[in-house]
Structures are given as C-alpha cells and as structure tokens.
Design a protein around this ligand. Structure first.
Ligand code: FDA
Length: 326
C-alpha cells in the first residue's frame, strides 16, 4: 500500500481535523465532489443531474458518531432528505451508513433509527441503500438488513469485492438490489485481497454472477476497463439494460457519466452533501492521489495549509512511533 494512501487514510480518521473541517465549510476543493452543505443546495445539484437523465443516490455525510444525540440528528436530517425527494419529485434514493445512525452506540438504538427511516421511505416508494463500511461493521449491518427485509422490500446494500467472503454474501443477497464495489477501507490480509489485480478479478467475477443471477445490479466504479467489460458482457448474454445501472461519485468522470446516460444505460450518481465532508474527501484522495489536483488549486489558502500541515505532522509522528515500537 502506498505512503500516499496511508497518509490520506490516516487523515480521514483524524477526529480533530474532522471536527475542524465542519466549522470551515467546504475547503480543499471538496466543493467539486460534495454537493453543498445544506438540503437546499443538494436539491439544486440533484435537479441538474436529473435534467440530464441521471438518477442519484443521496448521502447525508457523517463520520465518528459515538453519541446518541448525533445519531438522532443524522436521522432527522435523512428524514428531511426523504421528504425533499418526495416534495421535489426527484429521481433519487438514499445511501446511508449504519454507523451514522448509531451502530457504534448501541445495536438496538441503531436498528430503531434505521427502521424509522426505511418505513418512511417505504411509504414514498423510495429505496434505501446501506453503504458498507469496514469489516467490523459488516456482520451487524447485514443482521439489520436481514431483520428489516422481513417487513420492507425497499432496502439493499453493498458487496465489497476485496473481501474473501464477498462471493458468499453476494449469493445470499442475490434477490436484493445490490451495489457492487471494489472496497474502500484498509483491511487485513487474512480478510481481504490486497493486490489490485486480485481485487479487480474478483470484482469482475462478482459483477458477472450478479448480472446473470441477481435482481438488479448497481455497478459502482470509475474504472473504464470494468465498464467496457460490462458493456460487452451484457450484450453477449442478452441482459436487458433494465437489470443494471452504472454508478459513480459526484464530481468524478462527469463526461463519462453523461456519455453512459446518453448511450441509454441507466446511470446513478452518488451525491454526498453536508458539513461532515472531511473523512469522505480524504478517502477519495487515498483511493486516487491524482485527485490531489482538486486540492492543488486551493493550496495557497491559509486554512488548507493548516489542515494539511497538522495532518502531515500527525501522520509522520504516527509512523515514527510505529517504527520505534518495531
Ligand atoms: P480504481 O480506483 O480501482 O481505478 C481503476 C482505474 O480506473 C484507474 O487506474 C483509472 O484508469 C480509472 N479511474 C479511476 N478513477 C478515475 C478518475 N477519477 N478519473 C479518471 N480515471 C479514473 N466502497 C465501500 O467500501 N463501501 C461502499 O459502500 C462504497 N460505495 C461506493 C459507491 C459508489 C457510487 C462508488 C463509485 C464507489 C463506492 N465505494 C464504496 C468505493 C469503491 O469501493 C472504490 O474504493 C472506489 O470506487 C475506487 O475504485 P474504482 O473501481 O472506482 O477504480
């Protein structure tokens, strides 16, 4: 794993910088990949995408939720987003992270929050996707999905191809609408493929399986090799364009997003918004340090320098202390 990836992953987990960033508003170029800090700003961005024939999944950003009050605030905000989708008749659904609704606080508390959200969305026929986080949250997230799916059919989740157990989970959940991704978190070797070639190969295998046997596949990637492979595969296997969609993140490869929509493929853009943008943005930089060109333009901004400076200091100290520990 590269130093740059380690660096940005460490920054993404830095609570001090995370809370500082909330006060500073969108900085570091984050405004090109985060659709505003308020529901109103997000709705305007979504309308523009919908006008181009692009559907969206909306993520109310939130990190480090360890207090009930924060989880309740997140729930209120997500309920407001559901109301906004309904009121503005947006072509949109919701993506949420179980930790934001209190999974690290208490399982039952989180379950109740998610149930309220899923029930409200169900009344408006809005789909809810549970984003998948690191391995430690996988099992409880699937358990909540299992439990809620007994009463609601408007839910689905994500399969991360780097996990060895991804195959098993994909088969188990083939009758759900599923998003298939490579995987964004740093996971240990005994749980997940580390080599990019292995992850990519497993990713293709899982996509093919779900296209052939699954209910509806959301293929979430910016990788044109994968996209081209899927285009060929669906043609060869006579798979209807109604059975799958491509997904990409807001602000990334926007030309390709539009091109795919114009070619008649279903396309869904993942639209993050909110004041808690920092961890999300750092993970995007970790995945692809070339995204730093988003940051480069902002480098002469004083707050940017402070943020990166503190981050670099914390990261180097962490590495030095790890080396000392041997
Ligand atoms: P990857 O980073 O492997 O790049 C492959 C190649 O694609 C590159 O070498 C380059 O050629 C091209 N490429 C990639 N990005 C490009 C860019 N911006 N511009 C130009 N070329 C580019 N993860 C997770 O663990 N849980 C989740 O719930 C989700 N959810 C999710 C939703 C959506 C809509 C997306 C797109 C992604 C996620 N992810 C995720 C993140 C996912 O797991 C993964 O980390 C990233 O998508 C990066 O992998 P890619 O497949 O996009 O390309």
């Amino acid at each position: 794993m590269s130093v740059a990836r380690d660096f940005f992953m460490a920054l993404s987990q830095n609570k001090v910088l995370n809370s500082g960033a909330k006060r500073w508003g969108l900085k570091l170029g984050a405004q090109s990949v985060v659709a505003g800090t308020t529901v109103e700003q997000m709705v305007e961005s979504v309308k523009k995408l919908n006008a181009k024939g692009i559907s969206v999944t909306i993520d109310n950003l939130g990190e480090f939720v360890f207090e009930k009050q924060e989880a309740l605030e997140a729930k209120t905000q997500i309920l407001a987003v559901i109301e906004a989708i309904h009121t503005h008749e947006l072509d949109a659904h919701i993506s949420l992270k179980p930790t934001q609704l209190g999974l690290d606080v208490d399982y039952t508390f989180c379950f109740d929050n998610l149930k309220e959200i899923v029930a409200k969305a169900h009344a408006y026929a809005i789909f809810i996707n549970f984003d998948m986080e690191d391995y430690g949250h996988l099992e409880p997230s699937f358990n909540i999905l299992d439990e809620l799916s007994k009463d609601y059919d408007n839910i689905g989740t994500v399969i991360q191809a780097y996990f060895y157990e991804a195959d098993e989970n994909l088969q188990k959940y083939k009758d759900f609408r599923m998003r298939i991704v490579k995987g964004a978190y740093k996971e240990p070797e005994h749980l997940a493929y580390q080599d990019k070639k292995d992850i990519d190969a497993n990713y293709i295998r899982l996509i093919e399986y779900h296209l052939l046997h699954g209910k509806f596949s959301s293929i979430a990637t910016h990788d044109h090799h994968v996209i081209n492979h899927v285009k060929k595969f669906v043609e060869e296997h006579n798979i209807s364009k109604d059975k799958f969609e491509f997904q990409m993140l807001y602000g990334f490869r926007t030309d390709l997003q539009l091109e795919l929509a114009n070619e008649g493929y279903k396309f869904c853009t993942y639209v993050p918004f909110g004041v808690d943008w920092y961890g999300y943005f750092m993970r995007r930089l970790a995945e692809r340090p070339q995204n730093l060109n988003l940051v480069a333009k902002q480098m002469f901004n004083k707050k940017t320098n402070t943020l990166l400076g503190i981050g670099a200091g914390a990261f180097l100290l962490g590495r030095a202390s790890k080396r000392r520990k041997g």
